[in-house]
Unconditional design. Sequence first.
Length: 551
Amino acid sequence: MSEVRNDGHWIAVGTAFVTVCTAIWLSKVSEIVPEPYLDEVFHLRQAQVYCNGDFHIWDQKITTPPGLYLVSWLIFKITGHCSITALRSLNLGTLLIAPYLTYSILLNLSPEPASSTKTRWSALSAANIWLFPPVFFFSGLYYTDVQSALWVLLSFQAYLRYEKDGFQSFSEAISLIRFGLIALCFRQTNVFWVAVFPAGLGIVSSLRQSAQKATQVDNVGFWEMCEASWYESALYDPRVEAAWIQDYMKTIVSIVIVALGNPSKLVRPLVPCIFLLAAFGGFVLWNGGVVLGDKSNHVATIHMPQMLYLWPYLVFFSIPVLLPPLVISAMDVFSHPPSAGSMFRQISMFTASTILAAGVIHYNTIIHPFTLADNRHYVFYVFRILLRHPAIRYVAAPAYIFCANLAIQALGGTKLISKVLKQNSDQKSFTGRPVPGNSASFVMIWLVTTALSLVTAPLVEPRYCIIPWMMWRLHLPRLVESTHLPRLVESTSETESTKSSGLLGVWEDDGTRLICETIWFCCINAMTGYIFLYWGFSWPQEEGKVQRFMW
């Protein structure tokens, strides 16, 4: 245990790196863009109104709640500063504590016993989460995103503590409510992440604790599963790597049946979440809608393609951590081709999903006027490509499905890794074992919460996907627990298992994946930061005013 305690320096180094990068970025923004830019104009004006104590004045162009301005007012009462530079610096202070918070969450989420490898993975992952380009970019500007993400994660940490105490601690329930209410003061869609998401996780966790036995994943028929769920409270919830589409359906049915048989188990995990939902509902009734201002341009609607755009977003930013499992799985397919039946089932599922995606694209694509009216945002250029020819939107459908499958399967780990570890463990070549992946129920809860937070927005914004990405990244499992993996250069046998384990050894204890992720994020941040600062342009209708590219 002393080794684990001594590994605390990893999170200190990670936090220092994030802080230094943010300080440099903030300094350059303040030097080259000293005046408020784009939405900062509205945010700064409202913050300064609050700093003057005029809490009854509200700018009708602002759609989000006043949490950011209230924090700014509190800082103003301490420092006496309410300039754009001082307000932008709030994010720097936030990022002094955010990696530590994320590190704590990662340690609590991991099913592994304490080890130096686990602490290194958690520390490096925590740092990378706050280097995530859409988050890092806005850490240099006076926007709500960094503060909003912080309070959502504080609420999630409170939920994890509440769950760890078996949903018995009154103080932890109050903490969950308190942090949830604060998170709602920054962005309305946070209600799904501080109320719906923990409610779903809490229901499954509580029912799992009450289950008399675990239903086996393999060879369990639908009616057998239903009987076991009703009579024995056995929750059917296979791991992602072992689940097919029918398993997700069976998981939903099993949860409903077990819940109906154990309603008392739902009370404690649901009470804080119901309170938060009631509070949000009261706000909506009082306000006459979800958004505070500019209601005509922010009308809630059903926009299902948002759930298609999400997947390339996840894969693009997270390719360094997704590529190794993809390569390893591809090797297995080529070296051990699946059976004809398995191949037919996979191709059929992919084809059906692609057809469904094409239908969603055809009937429900919404192009918000803001999307094609503002060429300062990268989304403008993405949609210019998608709309260049009518067929391009549909050609993208298979890519959406491929990315979705890649992102979801990553939550469950990699099947081949378990096989390679078992083969080499039998040969006593190392002592590693696969890290347990997430269950089907988690994927369903995450998907539902993400859908609720995205599909009601007609406007496509990279910032809207920050919290979904964070929750996905927090739950991404490592490949293996052990550091005793064979190196590629040490593989002398030509057997397929040795080749696979050798390739796996290249990503020993996942350190290489995380370092590649750090480098990838830093490259994106450097590029988008440089473009923002030095590639300014002007519009003919606003000559002399510099416009800048941003997320």
